[in-house]
Design a protein around this ligand. Sequence first.
Ligand code: DUC
Ligand code: ZN
Ligand code: ZN
Ligand code: ZN
Length: 472
Amino acid sequence: PQFDLVIRHGTLATAADVFAADLGIVDGKIAAIGSHLAAGRREIDASGRLVLPGGVDGHCHFDQPTSDGSVMADDFYTGSRSAACGGTTTIIPFACQFRGQSLRAAVEDYHNRARGRSFIDYAFHLIISDPTEQLVGQDLPALIRDGYTSFKIYMTYDDMKLNDRQVLDLLTVARRDGAMAMIHAENSDFIGWLTDRLLASGHAEPHYHAASRPMAVEREATHRAITMAELADVPILIVHVSGREAVEQIHWAQGRGLKIFAETCPQYMVLTEADLHGHGFEGAKCICSPPPRDKANQAAIWDGLAGGVFHIVSSDHAAFRYADPKGKMVRGEKAPFNWVPNGIPGVETRLPILFSEGVGKGRISLSRFVELAATNPAKMYGLYPRKGTLAIGADADIVVFDPDRKVTITNALLHHNVDYTPYEGLEVTGWPQTVLSRGDILVDAGSFVAAEGRGQFLHCDKPALARPRAAA
Ligand code: DUC
Ligand code: ZN
Ligand code: ZN
Ligand code: ZN
């Protein structure tokens, strides 16, 4: 046969087009898209199915050490398994520097965590927590050259936050060396002050997490991040945008011609602050930062997704087991909210939720879905067109997606190593049926059949989107 694999009679969707075609794979790459393709050694009948580029999750945390004694639930084995089962074929987790550690040592540490473990291809973003002169002058530029072309900057969290001057210095490196800077925008002092006031008046239950990080905290930091990007004259990506006031800041900046990119996550589309209530300590299950807001903010997120303010949808998967002394209960189930590890699982449910709530409910088009979930993340991080689209020569990372399959999300269905999902009981329409990575079948009509460790490390190109305005 001419092809290793042919996917026949599906509806192909890219960020640009939706059309009926067969797709042929040779040596792990897409070799043909057309009608009446010749035979394959194996064939998949995709009648009534969508054929999509595999999802690219540009923001997830796996096996990242923490400073409070908690341990993330998912490592590269369970995390990449969960990703694949949800139709994601490329993950970009973080290599997080701890203070005093060289950036190169941090990267080596994460390579050791991922090597031989990941089921799917992966790249790393850097997290810079200690921008010494050596790092800014030598280490970061060298790593950017080596294919680590994006880094995250935190404006909050005591063990990672940088001050404005440090941020400006790093943005200057991003500009000169062509990296994409991702910014976690929340005002650290505001959070600390609000937290102290809440605790002093005895408001310690999990749901006070939301009151300690109101929208204004994120709005102010978003504005400040935008201003720093303007001063340094470099594009930035604001990650995990949670609601209207931050969307407004970004929209305002974009209207002034600044290259401000934005990411949001499913939790800001379907969860609200009410999910932080629950019996006893259960609200801890939905503690993430920024916190979920309310229905009006969800609507603002959808407006931004439909209208073009947002560029990518990621999971921000940062999972901790609930009933576990190394998880959400690291300080016991009476712990005040500020001692609960931040983050929720979501790498497996990202595509189904965005598809069902977005495409299924008529809020975004199918092409926009592909763009947000796969194409733009690949472009944002220098992996395009190898990843993120269906094109001749691209890696055959493909999802055969059943747009009609109704699923009630329940934790038992998922493949992560977490003892809950924040989306328990959520009904979605649309689920991945068959998932391929470089032509290998990882999920075969719903069953996970991948070989451990087959995932390869991806060196990222310098993203075109990171170029300053004048050079664009
Ligand atoms: N917030 C973060 O900033 N990172 C991981 C998870 C979270 O909730
Ligand atoms: Zn963050
Ligand atoms: Zn409340
Ligand atoms: Zn994160």
